[in-house]
Design a binder for this molecule. Sequence first.
Ligand code: HEM
Length: 151
Amino acid sequence: MVITAKQEALVVSSWNEMKDDAPTFALKFFLRLLEIIPSAAKRFSFLRDSSLPLDKNPKLKAHAMGVFVMTCEAATQLRKTGRVNVGANTSVQHLASVHFKAGVADVHFEVLKFALLETIKEAVPYMWSEELKEAWSESYDHLVVAIKNEM
Ligand code: HEM
């Protein structure tokens, strides 16, 4: 079992606390990544071509939200089937190809994980624990490994 029922429950219950403001939290952790590695912005076609401030860019928010939702959903998929399934509209191979072509590197995935965990800690401090951190980490790591294995 890669994710236990308890870990899935921790991810899902904290997600339920955050979901109403999830786009705001998602944008926050992505902006944190761009604060730590400003050059990562150049990887996004829609950031290269845009004069909008980063925090006002709807496509940046949509990507960040995708990361957040997929990480949460990965917990349930991993618990049920032992593997990550990114959904009907895309595939791990497609995501690997898009990220590979865009030049997304290990360090981007690593810093995004740090930013995601930091944001969750700030969003639900009353739920935060080593176990909650581990549960989100496992889910994110499996999702990223699935993508990177195809890159
Ligand atoms: C595109 C998910 C991490 C950069 C995408 C897309 C999805 C996605 C769903 C849209 C694919 C399409 O065009 O059909 C994820 C997930 C991640 C992740 C689940 C981690 C778990 C990252 C990181 C970066 C990044 C760390 C670093 C900068 C990009 C770029 C694109 C993209 C540059 C292409 C955007 C464009 O120019 O159109 N990602 N992403 N992603 N992602 Fe990620």
